[in-house]
Design a protein around this ligand. Structure first.
Ligand code: TYC
Length: 105
């Protein structure tokens, strides 16, 4: 029967490695209200970039219109950054001041 050596033979596992996994952060895409962007344009943006049906898009648009800002969705950083860039670019291309931004959850 083999027994433990009384010297360090390099084979003794001294500590169990703890998995260092952190939950990835999530990022909210926030839409800001303004006085100039037409309501229909905001509804279109919510449908095209966030996959909402017209009813949901209209409800979110009205919530932003009344509250000043609102959440369009929650994504990984890469996806959220891409959505913000696409929406802001699309709004500028149509000469509307609509603004979208990121917030870490
Ligand atoms: N407040 C705008 C208007 O009265 C509509 C609007 C809603 C603009 C939501 C931006 O994120 C927004 N035409």
């Amino acid at each position: 029967m083999p027994h433990a050596p009384d010297y360090d033979d390099g084979n003794t596992l001294l500590d169990t490695a703890k998995p260092k996994l952190k939950r990835p952060k999530r990022y909210q895409v926030i839409l800001l209200n303004d006085d100039f962007t037409p309501m229909e344009f905001v509804v279109l943006v919510l449908q095209e970039f966030f996959g909402m049906d017209e009813q949901k898009a209209h409800a979110i648009m009205l919530a932003v219109h009344h509250d000043g800002k609102g959440v369009c969705g929650v994504f990984s950083r890469e996806v959220a950054e891409m959505k913000v860039q696409q929406v802001n670019q699309f709004s500028r291309a149509h000469k509307h001041p609509l603004m979208c931004q990121l917030e870490v959850v």
